[in-house]
Design a protein around this ligand. Structure first.
Ligand SMILES: NC(=O)c1ccc[n+]([C@@H]2O[C@H](COP(=O)([O-])OP(=O)(O)OC[C@H]3O[C@@H](n4cnc5c(N)ncnc54)[C@H](OP(=O)(O)O)[C@@H]3O)[C@@H](O)[C@H]2O)c1
Length: 375
């Protein structure tokens, strides 16, 4: 397998992908953003620990580390990283997964991290391509570049007049447009668009409890049981092992070059707010969830109760606002390209009903990551 240059390796998805690459004995240069005055040796020890926490006996012979920052020109690459890209033998495959994934940060942050970051990655990709050293750029996007669309989104579609629902979606859409433009200009590119990623389907393991976990945490703690949403609103959820297995298979597959894939459950296997809520009621033995029409809430209820709620439950209000659009309506994601490419590798997404209990049991045992991400 080609040598890999990976960004985002310390993240929820990135660490699972890194583990799979190391198991193959592939040489993987990870770009790690230093913490404080951390040097390369300390960063190496940290990422080694991250991988060992997933699998104590994980092979490490292919693991390399370079300090860097995707939001800095030329990725702020330390000499090790530059040498790996420019001097070491054989072509390089760049896998760009690093991003700021929070929905509620100022636009300047999202723009710098996700759009400039992708521009700097593209600049390296072009440079290597011109030197004949680029195997391919694999870019991690999201199905939610589809923004406020409510129809079936095809893998071949990108900008269709949709409106992004927050700064994260906007930054990922604009970043993918840059990648798409580069592909049209001849850069060998594969775009991976996962939907909402949750824990491992077999163990429940998750290194971060974002997006879907937050409303479930609030419900599990008995703090809230009213959903300002529609029970029939589709929700596309995929376990991290599926996304990492799929990427691992496609990275090495020439048939994926030039394609965009939805690493999503798809219209047949997607879930809904109502189905997830029902499973949560059973799992947590909690009360029945109540639904309030989100449009009615925004128009009539919010103006009255918002100021009081903000005082009583600031966490619920602040996070709830960010999630509100996802409870009202979502698109469905066509998976025909992904299914066709993944079939020969025997990789397919399991339905969430088959692993919901497993991921919730893990999340509950970890107190939904309370120590690190309360709120
Ligand atoms: N999680 C989901 O549900 C989901 C769904 C669809 C698509 N995605 C996409 O999947 C990718 C990974 O998401 P995730 O959930 O794994 O996110 P995550 O856990 O927050 O990890 C983000 C990774 O990016 C790195 N990073 C962020 N800014 C950086 C910078 N300036 N320089 C270097 N590294 C930087 C982080 O490094 P540090 O350790 O230094 O912070 C971390 O390794 C993203 O592109 C995201 O848009 C995620």
């Amino acid at each position: 397998m080609t040598r890999i240059f990976l960004t985002g390796a310390t993240g929820f998805l990135g660490r699972e992908l890194l583990l799979r690459l190391l198991r193959r004995d592939t040489e993987v240069m990870t770009l790690v953003r230093p913490r404080g005055d951390e040097g390369t040796a300390e960063a190496y020890a940290r990422i080694r620990e991250v991988v060992q926490a997933l699998e104590p006996e994980a092979p490490a012979s292919g693991l390399r580390v370079t300090l860097g920052d995707v939001a800095a020109p030329e990725l702020g690459l330390a000499p090790e990283g530059r040498a790996f890209l420019l001097e070491a033998e054989g072509p390089v495959q760049i896998v760009h997964g690093a991003a700021q994934v929070r929905f509620d940060l100022p636009w300047e942050v999202m723009e710098k991290q996700n759009i400039r970051g992708t521009e700097y990655v593209l600049a390296w990709a072009w440079r290597l391509h011109e030197l004949g050293r680029l195997h391919r750029l694999d870019y991690v996007s999201t199905t939610y570049v589809a923004g406020d669309r409510t129809d079936l989104v095809l893998e071949t579609e990108l900008s269709r007049g949709q409106t992004p629902r927050n700064g994260y979606e906007r930054s990922k859409l604009l970043a993918e447009e840059l990648v798409e433009a580069a592909r049209k200009e001849g850069l060998p590119v594969t775009v991976h668009r996962p939907s909402i990623i949750v824990g491992d389907s077999r163990t429940g393991r998750a290194s971060s409890f974002k997006v879907l976990y937050w409303p479930l945490k609030v419900y599990a703690r008995g703090r809230w049981r009213t959903v300002f949403g529609r029970p029939d609103c589709p929700v596309d959820v995929v376990p991290v092992d599926f996304v990492a297995d799929a990427m691992n298979a496609l990275l090495d597959d020439p048939a994926a070059t030039g394609r965009t894939v939805h690493l999503a459950a798809g219209p047949e296997r997607q879930s809904s707010i109502g189905a997830l809520a029902q499973m949560a009621e059973v799992f947590f033995e909690g009360p029945k969830v109540r639904y309030v029409d989100p449009d009615f809430y925004v128009k009539y209820v919010r103006p009255m109760v918002h100021p009081i709620l903000k005082l009583l439950r600031p966490d619920v209000v602040n996070q709830g606002i960010v999630f509100l659009p996802y409870l009202r309506s979502n698109p469905s994601f066509d998976v025909r390209v992904a299914s066709e490419l993944l079939a020969p590798h025997g990789v397919s997404p399991p339905p969430v009903e088959s692993y919901f209990e497993t991921i919730m049991a893990f999340a509950r045992d970890q107190a939904f990551g309370r120590e690190v991400e309360e709120g």
